[in-house]
Design a protein around this ligand. Sequence first.
Ligand code: ATP
Ligand code: MG
Length: 261
Amino acid sequence: MGDKEVIRLKDVFRHYHMGENIVKAIDGINITINEGEFVAVMGPSGSGKSTSMNLIGSLDMPTKGQIFLDEEDISQVTESDLAQIRGKKIGFIFQNFNLIPNLTVKENVMLPMMFQGEDIYKREQKAEELLDKVELLDRMDHYPNQISGGQMQRVAIARALANDPEVILADEPTGNLDTKTGERVMEFLQKLNDEGKTIIMVTHEPELAEAHAQIIYWLKDGKVEKSTKRKNGFKVVEQERRLIKKHSKKRKTPAKKKKGA
Ligand SMILES: Nc1ncnc2c1ncn2[C@@H]1O[C@H](COP(=O)(O)OP(=O)(O)OP(=O)(O)O)[C@@H](O)[C@H]1O
Ligand SMILES: [Mg+2]
């Protein structure tokens, strides 16, 4: 992994005017994210995590400041160029999966490629390849309401990968899943990061952030309150990850209560 910059937020603000009031969802953020990093974004509800993801994913525009994707200022390009850039360079995984209910699993994965103008054969081939990767090839003709939550999230991962994006944005990818299913989803994200993808993940679970991310940004009131970096540099070794997991499990185990207490 080099030090190539992929994303940079420069003095970014996102304020909402609500009548007399101003909601400062993002209030002056400066962050640089390099290629191949696994970044976690944490912070209390309402601190601006989703807003920052939407800005990075260019689903939303800053009211002030600049956002660079591969050193190109995406706060300056036109909406149609933006859609192209967004579709090609960024894969989005949403908390509520956002699958289209009347399309099959396979068609959902094919959709982003259609917007990039790929031909149907390529789309089908790629969709099947990706569904194989997330171990859902046998479900490709099912509709979203015919598969489980964990499977839906894996379809969402496959869809996010459709156009070979450089960056994957995941807003609480395990938020709606039980621990076990969530771990499975994390394994996939980790594998993608090991293959070189840049991952930015919002999470409320510190043990997930600690086990996977090399840097954690803590947001509060739309600002970066602090950032914590892994001490031993980048790339978490598998052994270390298991250790963190083990300890965080220990930490979470509640003290045994006496019967009848
Ligand atoms: N469209 C909007 N109009 C006005 N205010 C908004 C809008 N979207 C978000 N906000 C406000 O901006 C702030 C940040 O919201 P955001 O969704 O980024 O929080 P979050 O950190 O993702 O929280 P959570 O952990 O609950 O998902 C909140 O105070 C929210 O109410
Ligand atoms: Mg949110």
